[in-house]
Each structure stands twice: as C-alpha cells, then as structure tokens.
Design a binder for this molecule. Sequence first.
Ligand SMILES: [Zn+2]
Length: 118
Amino acid sequence: MLLLEGLGPQVAEASARLDEARSSLDQARKVHDDVVGGLRADLESRQAERQSMIEGIDPKLLAVYDKVRRRSPVGAAALDGDVCTACHMKLTTPEVTEVRAAQIGRCPSCDVILVPEA
Ligand SMILES: [Zn+2]
C-alpha cells in the first residue's frame, strides 16, 4: 500500500496521457468517418450518373468496355485513319478492315475498343 501511495503523480500523468490519446483517437475517427462518408456519397452519385449514361448501350459492348477498363485507363478510342488514338500505333490495312467490320473492334496493340471515324 505504501508503494502505491508514492505512485500517485505517475498515475495521474498516465491518466492524463490516456485521456489525450482517447481524444486524439476520437478526432481521428471523426475525420475518418467524414472522409469515408464523403467518398461513399461521391461513389453513389457517380454510380447513379453512370447508370443514366449507359441506358440504351448494348450490354455486350458495355461488358467489353468494363473488361478493358479494368486493365487500362482507356476503354475506347477513335480509330483515326489507320492509327489507334489510345496507343498511337498504326494498324495494318487488314487490321483496319477487321476493326471496321467487327461489331466491337479492338486495337491489336493496346486492346481498347476502337471506334472508326465516320
Ligand atoms: Zn491501341
């Protein structure tokens, strides 16, 4: 008992540091919750925006686009003459013909969906 009486100031200091740590933790949790809440709201907004934009698009084309986008920052690009505007590689004449004839033409170099210019 005598030993514990001498520890009073140390216990008080430790208790104060514990209160400070709890306060910091509470502040960090609030910041975390605010950030996560903002990100969730942004995600929901973007999902709703995307949903309205994809209405009427062929689901098969959309599936290919989503598959390409998982691997690449670009999902679709224009075919400018015989050049893919995503990777700037020149396609051969048979490749251009194949892209133009395909329902969903893809770049043989970077694999994005190629949209031939009219
Ligand atoms: Zn390409």
